[in-house]
Design a protein around this ligand. Structure first.
Ligand code: SF4
Length: 380
């Protein structure tokens, strides 16, 4: 396991944990603990719990689980609109598997499929393009969602369909971007954040400079991190070292994968196909300025919003969550998943009430999967 085992080496981890403990003690001696570190990406949340890092680090470190799971932040209204598209008799709706069980207002894509809608799971948007090619009498729609990690592949599928002259392929675009919600969280006076572990996959596409405002305008450190245990521990230590030194910088622990200026080919595809929406709704967070992408008018023929008359009204009233669901509070770090009254009762991976329990990157799914139900009692 060359190149993986090195990042899981227990002796090396012990050394980093000791350094983290010294830094946390030093910070605690001057300003008190805990130090609140938000891991933005759901992949990091799962890695933290899979390897038990939250229990290994010094008690003075508290991980806050950020909104970096794209399925979790998908608003119910957009799920409803996607089902509305799927109900058209000519439509084959294609989606990544993660989105199938995300609850809309009344139902999910899984339930819509059970009721007869032609909904198919694909592994790439290019599979959807191929499906359109093979089914010229049907309208194939791809449910495009995700952060900058998946945005380029959807863009490439639209460019491919345009080159092929396909008229029966379109994308229901729900792509979102990471920096705006970080700004929204930093602007929230109730949030206590001392630093960030930054997303690895997103940064592979956008590079590290879109986060510059976090250090420059808010004085908080951010370290872009990989996904192995030592990656995350080292990144936490780098955040703590900055706090100890009185620095606030954007650093790149994951330089073996993340280029400083991102991936030029992916960024060019994004720029060609999308433009920024004035605002977009995030489940649990409400409307956030300039946080979503829509398809440019030159590709309007591939825009399912245009084709099926869906549209997106800006400044929509935030939609209330399902009764008893505390996803918004979890996503903003106000409570931990087991403190949601529904955790393990009205909400389990088999019968999810909120999206955080559905997705493979959701914080509630991480707590459930890796045993937090056994070590933390739900709130009364
Ligand atoms: S347990 Fe379920 S309802 Fe509660 S916050 Fe998590 S996903 Fe939402």
């Amino acid at each position: 396991m060359k190149y993986v085992s090195e990042f899981r080496d227990p002796a090396a981890a012990q050394g980093v944990l000791s350094a983290i403990a010294r830094a946390a003690d030093a910070i605690g001696a001057t300003r008190g603990n805990p130090v609140h570190i938000m891991e933005i990406c759901g992949g990091h949340t799962h890695a933290i719990f899979r390897y038990g890092l939250d229990r290994m680090v010094h008690d003075g470190i508290e991980f806050i689980h950020g909104p970096g799971c794209p399925v979790c932040v998908l608003p119910m209204r957009r799920v409803d609109e996607c089902i509305q598209i799927a109900r058209h008799p000519r439509v084959i709706l294609t989606t990544f598997g993660d989105a199938m069980r995300v609850p809309g207002t009344r139902t999910s894509l899984m339930q819509a499929k059970a009721e007869g809608c032609d909904i198919r799971v694909v592994y790439s948007p290019l599979d959807a393009v191929e499906l359109a090619r093979r089914n010229p009498t049907r309208d194939v729609v791809f449910f495009g969602l995700g952060f900058e990690t998946t945005t380029p592949s959807t863009a490439l599928s639209i460019q491919q369909a345009a080159r092929d002259g396909l008229t029966n392929f379109s994308v229901f675009c729900n792509h979102i971007t990471v920096p705006p919600p970080i700004k929204a969280l930093l602007d929230d006076p109730h949030m206590e954040l001392d630093g960030f572990v930054g997303p690895g996959h997103v940064s592979m596409v956008i590079g590290i400079h879109p986060y510059d405002f976090i250090a420059r305008d808010y004085g908080k450190p951010l370290v872009v991190a990989g996904f192995e245990p030592l990656d995350i521990l080292q990144s936490v230590l780098m955040v703590l070292d900055q706090i100890c030194d009185g620095r606030a910088e954007i650093e790149n622990q994951y330089a073996r994968v993340v280029p400083e200026h991102g991936n030029k080919v992916s960024l060019a595809a994004i720029d060609d196909v999308y433009e920024t929406r004035p605002s977009f709704e995030w489940r649990g967070l409400g409307e956030i300025d300039a946080s979503g992408l829509r398809i440019r008018s030159k590709y309007a023929a591939f825009d399912a919003e245009e084709k099926f008359g869906i549209g997106y009204a800006t400044a929509r009233e935030p939609q209330a969550e399902a009764e008893g669901c505390a996803c918004g509070a979890v996503m903003t770090g106000r409570i931990k998943p087991p403190q949601c009254p529904q955790f393990g009762k009205g909400c389990t991976p088999e019968m999810p009430l909120g999206a955080l329990m559905v997705s493979s990157e959701g914080a509630c799914a991480a707590y459930w999967q890796f045993g937090r139900a056994r070590i933390t009692e739900p709130a009364a």
